[in-house]
Ligand binder design. Structure first.
Ligand code: GDP
Ligand code: MG
Length: 166
């Protein structure tokens, strides 16, 4: 099994931390920076039964103030419609206009996993329930996985879920 995966989300939600954690702790990295005709590859994780190819979504803009941003976002939309799986990352307990701008670009015809990062900052797990209801109302997510990228918590659960969609 092998598939292309895009990690998206507004700045500062922890996308880079998550990617570094996912590929950084594994020895079997083929390449950290590579280019295919269709994608810029930011990391490859190779396991015994699966290969996860992470790709960049360059030019991503969360402001929609002008035509240039809209044009750049069309490029992002193209990338998201060309991967096998999208990981949409948000911060636990925070869902703002910039997150919602990303939601508008998510593809409706392929799997999108909602990754709720920074769960280590939560006071209680129960606090996630109303938050999850609010976020899920805006998009039909394939799965929801709470993680702490920084602490490496539940990231294996995320890979397990992602593997189903390769
Ligand atoms: P990106 O802009 O989405 O790529 O976000 P970064 O990976 O650069 O992370 C933004 C900030 O959030 C950094 O200061 C990270 O250390 C911090 N961060 C990322 N993941 C976590 C997490 O799971 N818990 C906490 N507490 N901080 C995190
Ligand atoms: Mg980053």
């Amino acid at each position: 099994r092998s598939g292309y995966i895009a990690i998206v989300g507004r700045p500062n939600v922890g996308k880079s931390t998550l990617l570094n954690h996912l590929i950084g702790e594994k020895i079997s990295i083929v390449s950290r920076k590579a280019q295919t005709t269709r994608h810029r590859i930011t990391g490859i994780l190779t396991e015994a039964d699966a290969q996860f190819v992470f790709v960049d979504t360059p030019g991503f803009q969360t402001k929609f103030s002008n035509a240039l941003n809209r044009a750049m976002n069309r490029g992002v939309t193209q990338t998201l419609n060309d991967v096998d799986l999208v990981l949409f990352v948000i911060e636990a307990g925070r869902y703002d206009a910039k997150d919602k701008a990303v939601v508008r670009l998510l593809p409706k015809d392929r799997p999108v996993i909602l990754v709720i990062n920074k769960t280590d900052l939560l006071k209680s797990r129960e606090a996630l329930l109303p938050f999850l209801a609010e976020v899920s109302a805006d998009f039909d997510y394939t799965a929801v996985v709470p993680v702490s990228a920084a602490k490496g918590r539940q990231t294996q659960d995320l890979l397990k879920e992602a593997r189903k969609h390769l």
